[in-house]
Design a protein around this ligand. Structure first.
Ligand SMILES: NC(=O)c1ccc[n+]([C@@H]2O[C@H](COP(=O)([O-])OP(=O)(O)OC[C@H]3O[C@@H](n4cnc5c(N)ncnc54)[C@H](O)[C@@H]3O)[C@@H](O)[C@H]2O)c1
Length: 352
């Protein structure tokens, strides 16, 4: 009998004698090894199941829990989900490499006391984790999302959340956000964003291009334009734009997404320069691969085959809370001397 639970990382499940055998058997049935799962080793099993959605064999979680509890490997194994990117086997290390310690969020009580922060994309993924962390650290969050699920966030986190259901591409939404804030805005986290279909330029679909530009560039600019006069009058404010690995290189996504995130870097740097010395600081965080379930359109054949080649260099999937740690650092006073930085929060992908 082992002590793994659905919240235990995949690494522990693989180490469990019976459950590990189930997982390996399931992969072997598809000609895969456990290397296929290496980017996700630190993720809690339950999160992996949530993310995998229908690609996870129905009932596998129950089979794993029973195997761990009883130590017995069932005769019939569930069918494996399609494998994640499989990195090449690494050569044996000449030094001992231990198991990384699991990370847990370190809340700093009171870091956002008396602060109001606008967070877009707050109904899901990284935006939700940012909003939750700010509330836990004493702040008030104006939580903006096109999805009505943003109201659930307010129900979960209580009165410190003011939910605003709005499409950031609609010109009127910036005013709705300011009205909801009802006064001073100390911080803005432009997190909402959408992916493209990995299309290379000759495959670009106008509708996807327009949507990606409107959500990833126009929306953040309009919100910055709305909050900046108040921040300048108050003598300070912090803006964090969430970009991507695709803002740092040409191989992480399609032409539309890559262009949009490079544009957001330009907006960040231009604003950091223009407002330097006013107390307003503008920075960006570039996430690598994050386990959020962000919708991905059906892949364009040529471009997606090209980008797939580079994904083997991803060191691992991060949890949304790990990105929230980077973003809230830049939203807080601890980032006092940082302005115009594009902070990769990618486990080192950008140095590969
Ligand atoms: N998940 C990743 O691997 C990853 C990697 C690099 C960068 N990013 C960036 O991180 C940010 C957050 O991504 P996520 O993974 O948390 O995605 P997500 O899909 O989980 O969350 C994004 C949220 O934005 C909202 N949204 C989309 N369009 C909107 C609009 N027009 N108006 C208001 N809200 C809107 C969605 O409803 C959703 O709740 C995005 O900017 C994305 O480009 C994500």
């Amino acid at each position: 009998m082992s002590d793994v639970t659905p919240a235990s990382p995949l690494r522990d499940w693989l180490a469990d004698p019976a459950a590990g055998q189930v997982l390996r058997g399931m992969l072997a049935a598809q000609g895969q090894s456990e290397d296929a799962l290496s980017p996700a080793l630190g993720l809690p099993l339950e999160q992996l199941v949530r993310l995998a959605g229908e690609t996870f064999p129905p009932g596998l979680m129950e089979v794993l829990v029973t195997a761990a509890e009883t130590g017995v490997v069932p005769e019939e194994l569930p069918i494996a989900p399609p494998a994640a990117t499989a990195p090449a086997a690494e050569p044996a290390a000449s030094v001992e490499i231990g198991t990384p310690e699991p990370w847990t969020e370190q809340v700093t009580p009171g870091r956002f006391d008396g602060r109001t922060v606008v967070v877009t994309g707050a109904a899901s993924g990284i935006g939700r984790a940012v909003a939750a962390r700010i509330v836990r650290e004493g702040g008030r969050v104006v939580a903006v999302d096109v999805s009505e699920r943003v109201a659930d966030l307010a129900a979960d986190l209580g009165g410190s959340v003011v939910p605003v259901t709005a499409d950031i591409t609609a010109p009127a939404s910036a005013q709705a956000v300011l009205s909801a804030a009802g006064g001073r805005v100390d911080g803005l986290a432009n997190v909402a964003g959408v992916m493209d279909d990995d299309a290379a330029v000759h495959e670009v679909d106008d509708e996807i291009w327009d949507r990606v530009m409107r959500v990833n560039v126009d929306g953040p600019m309009r919100l910055m334009r709305a909050v900046l006069p108040g921040m300048l009058a108050a003598g300070g404010g912090r803006i964090v734009n969430v970009v991507s690995e695709a803002a740092l290189r040409g191989s992480a996504a399609g032409a539309a997404y890559t262009t949009s995130k490079h544009a957001l870097v330009g907006l960040t740097r231009s604003s950091a320069y223009q407002y330097a010395g006013t107390g307003v600081r503008v920075n960006a965080v570039a996430p690598g691969a994050v386990a959020t379930g962000i919708p991905v359109p059906a892949p364009a054949p040529y471009g997606s085959a090209r980008t797939a080649r580079m994904r083997v260099a991803i060191p691992g999937l991060a949890m949304a809370e790990e990105l929230a740690a980077s973003i809230t650092f830049l939203l807080s006073e601890d980032s006092v001397n940082i302005n115009g930085a594009i902070l990769p929060s990618d486990g080192g992908w950008s140095v590969a």
